[in-house]
Ligand binder design. Structure first.
Ligand code: ZN
Length: 239
């Protein structure tokens, strides 16, 4: 496929099927006439994440009729080779804990750098000049590649390296998890909130057996803990 003329009305969302990227997808569907999604298979232990992607995409199209019209192709890129190099608690059978360096074992080195680079290559080919990602520096585990400083530097590198306009939008960058729920409510009302609660997958352990008021998950891993605390903060205790 040839490099197409850049279309400012289209965006490519890095989409994992989790709460954050689902909220980013809704955010993009409100703003762009055409929205494509990209997901990465990098040896996640949990196939549940890949099935959540399709479920959430289908459910998203039901929230608002105009979103159904705007939601366009999905792309899944196999990055198993990268996953093998960058082995972490997310890609290998390893305990979730904090290492001596202060980073959790769920840290996958270079993950967002690789994802954004691969996404930009696809965007370039498809004439898309905007990438949207759920990176967040406020309320997360301190992953250094989630910081806006890192994203700004990479945005610049991509613009130079591709010699084309390439923007990286990070609508959740400064939001707490409670504010991310509030943003979903603002974008798609209760229908979107309920869909994210029921269909998105966040749990590091891939648990979809245990249902909580904030959705499915083991309830004890750091991702479940963040999601639960954000929900409780937003809805209020016992809501
Ligand atoms: Zn969990």
């Amino acid at each position: 496929m040839n490099h197409e003329a850049q279309n400012p009305a289209s965006a490519l969302v890095l989409f994992s099927g989790g709460q954050d990227s689902a909220t980013c997808l809704a955010w993009a569907l409100e703003r762009y006439a055409r929205v494509e999604t990209i997901g990465f298979a990098y040896g996640q232990l949990h196939a549940v994440e890949m099935t959540a992607r399709q479920r959430v995409r289908s459910a998203m199209a039901v929230v608002k009729p105009e979103w159904a019209e705007r939601l366009s192709e999905d792309h899944v890129v196999d990055l198993a080779g990268y996953g093998a190099v960058a082995e972490s608690a997310l890609t290998a059978d390893r305990a979730i804990e904090i290492t001596e360096s202060g980073l959790p074992t769920t840290f996958v080195p270079g993950r967002n750098l690789v994802f954004l680079t691969v996404a930009s290559a696809l965007a370039w080919r498809r004439g898309i000049a905007t990438l949207v990602g759920g990176m967040c520096e406020t309320d997360y585990s301190g992953y250094p590649d989630c910081r806006r400083d890192t994203i700004d530097a990479q945005e610049r590198a991509l613009q130079l390296g591709l010699d084309t306009p390439m923007e990286i939008e990070t609508p959740l960058m400064l939001l707490s998890k409670a504010e991310t729920w509030a943003l979903a409510d603002q974008l798609g009302g209760e229908a979107l909130v309920q869909m994210i609660r029921e269909e998105t997958h966040t749990c590091y352990r891939g648990d979809r057996e245990h249902r909580h008021d904030w959705g499915y998950g083991c309830g004890t891993c750091p991702a479940c803990d963040l999601r639960a605390r954000g929900w409780q903060e937003w809805r209020g205790q016992g809501a």
